[in-house]
Every structure is written in C-alpha cells, then in structure tokens.
Design a protein around this ligand. Structure first.
Ligand code: 5AD
Length: 349
C-alpha cells in the first residue's frame, strides 16, 4: 500500500511535494489515488470559488500560422486546410454576441499570423476595450517581442495565454521545428509577467516523447513561475501532422495533473479544456470535478469554426459553443455547479 492519503494531504497543506513523490502521483493509474486527488482538489476549488465556474468567450481570430509545430493541425505546411482571418468588424461582432450572452472575458486566440500585425491587434484590442470597458481581454497569439506585448497591454489587454508546452529543452525541440526554442518561450512568459499581464501557461499531456520526469519538471516550473492561469489538456493527433499516428494523451493522467495543479495553485484559473472534452464525452465535467474552474465556449463565427483544427474532431458544438450555453449550464448543474459570469480576476475572489 502506498501512503497516498498522506501524500495528497501533504500536497494540499504544503502546496508542494518531493519530486519523486510527484512522479508517483503523475504516473500511477490507481482509482483510489485518483479519488483522493480529485476530492482534495475539488474541495480546495470550492473553498475559493464556491460552485461557480467562470466562462470565457473564445474567439479564434486566425488559423494562419507561420510556425510548423509537429503536433498542431494549423501548422503552415498543412495545405489541406481552409485558411481564414477575421477582420476587425467580425471580431467585434463576436464580442457583441458574446456580451449579450453574458460573457465578460474575451479570449482572442490565433496562429502566429504575420498579416494580423501589431497595428491590427492593437486597434482591435483598443476598440474592444473602449466599447466594453467592463470586459477583460485575453490574448493568445503566440510568441511576440516584448515591445509587441507592451503595445497590446497598453491598448487594454490584461491577460495572455502562452503554454510552455514542455519545460525540457530537448523535448521541446522534438515537438517544434528548428528556430523555435524552449528558451524563447520562457523569455516570452517572463516578459508577459513583468509587463503586468495575468499570465497563463501550461502543457499538453501525453505529447510524443513525454516522460513522467518531463511532467514533474513542468509541475515544478509552473510552481516557480506562479502563473495566474494554467491550461492543460491531452495531446490529440491531427491527421495532417508528423504526429498523425501518435496516441492521444491519457484522460486519467490529465485529470490527476489537473488535481495536482489545483492543490499546488489554490487560486489559479484552471480551465477544463476543449481537448479534454474532445477526448471523452465526460471530459469537461470530470475536469471540473478534478478541480478546474473555467470553461471557454467557442464564440468564433460558426461557419469558420471547423477550420480552427488544432487536432482531429475538435469539439465546437453543444456545451463547447457559446450558443450552447444553456446546455453547458445544465451540464454544470447536473454535477452541482453553475456558471459564474464574473471576470474572475486573479486575487479578486
Ligand atoms: N493536441 C492537443 N493540444 C494541442 N494544442 C495544439 N495542438 C494540439 C494537439 N494536437 C494546444 C497547444 C497550444 C494550444 C493553443 O493548443 O498546447 O498551446
């Protein structure tokens, strides 16, 4: 018998654990351990957030990307994809619809599209900020210069999501094309944080070549970095990528990691991600029951949604969509939760 109960309690109390113990929690597929982790994580989340789950309206602003990340379906080499780029009017229309549905955070996410210039992003952020000053604007537009991040911040963006994907440099290189590096990713994250963004980072669980030690290093990096937001989801293959035939990440391991992250970061904003909902029909609710406290329904124009294909069969309907908000509401109610329409700024809890 492993002393699971003691370790989970220690993790809850100290918000950390020795690396070799973390490794065992990450790798052990044990139902009793999972129940202990999820129960502890859920009770910590409930202590700080009650039964509220924050919603963020996700607007996928462009699926053009200059990069060639080996896991990602919108990589530049994928010629089999209908590319689109939203203009300012279209993005503002998404916000208008989202605002009327009740959303008070908009997440502008996109590939690294060279034609969505800094001037464009600045102008759009500034317009959203002026029209809906009560809304938080989150950007997720990849790696930029510090100057670019500063401009967007001054224009009114206050949050930025940029997963580090993996802390291990060699593993990072095995997932990304030459020219991209773990170090530049970390430089971006440091810039974002020091500029004053509420910053989000995170990983894919089960990306090709990932080991338990990598995951422990990821947990320890996240602990040092202290992001306000932490996004994790399973790796899912996309047919037009070099990783087309790699296996998907493991649901239960993803849930264990969610719970561990909640215990290490009681106040963090942790989404139950689309990838989790895509991997399993119960993914979204199980994420919340494992300690997540955010969901990000899709506000992109529905006719373009299927083109933002980071991986195959990406969920974008039903509770995953802004139109499906009633469905999300009832799904949450079925597990004793409800939508919290607040901005949910870090510390503002
Ligand atoms: N499977 C799961 N997640 C993916 N992402 C990109 N491609 C995939 C994939 N094939 C994630 C990355 C990125 C985020 C926007 O989506 O972690 O940071």
């Amino acid at each position: 018998m492993m002393p699971w109960e003691e370790w989970v309690e220690q993790l809850r109390r100290d918000r950390t654990l020795l690396p070799d113990r973390l490794a065992l929690l990450v790798e052990t597929d044990d139902a009793e351990l999972e129940t202990l982790l999820a129960n502890a994580a859920r009770s910590v989340a409930r202590l700080h957030f009650g039964n509220g789950v924050y919603v963020r309206g996700l607007i996928e602003v462009s699926n053009y990307c200059r990069n060639g990340c080996y896991y990602c379906g919108i990589r530049s080499a994928n010629r089999g994809l209908q590319r689109y780029r939203l203009n300012k009017v279209q993005i503002l229309e998404c916000c208008r619809i989202g605002y009327s549905l009740g959303f008070r955070t908009f997440v502008l996410q996109g590939g690294e599209d060279p034609l969505q210039t800094d001037d464009f992003v600045e102008e759009v952020v500034s317009a959203i900020h002026t029209i809906w000053p009560d809304c938080a604007i989150t950007l997720s537009l990849g790696e930029k210069s510090r100057e670019s991040y500063e401009r967007f911040f001054r224009a009114g963006a206050s949050r930025y999501l940029l997963r580090h994907e993996t802390y291990d440099s060699a593993h990072y290189r095995s997932l990304h094309p030459p020219g991209m590096s773990r170090d530049n990713r970390l430089r971006c994250l440091d810039d974002l944080k020091s500029i004053g963004y509420q910053t989000g980072t995170g990983i894919m669980v089960g990306s090709p070549g990932q080991t338990v030690n990598h995951l422990v290093d990821d947990l320890l990096f996240i602990q040092r970095f202290r992001p306000q937001m932490i996004g994790i989801g399973p790796f899912l293959p996309h047919h037009a990528t070099p990783f087309a035939h790699e296996p998907a990440g493991n649901l239960r391991q993803t849930l264990r990691l969610l719970s561990i992250l909640r215990l290490m970061h009681p106040l963090a904003l942790i989404p139950s991600t689309t990838a989790l909902a895509t991997l399993s029909p119960e993914g979204r609710t199980r994420g919340i029951l494992a300690g997540a406290n955010v969901v990000m329904p899709n506000l992109s124009p529905s006719s373009l949604r299927s083109n933002y294909a980071l991986y195959d069969d990406k969920a974008c309907l039903g509770a995953e969509s802004a139109e499906g908000i009633a469905q999300l509401q009832s799904q949450l109610e079925s597990i004793g939760y409800r939508i919290d329409w607040g901005r949910g700024d870090f510390g503002d809890v």
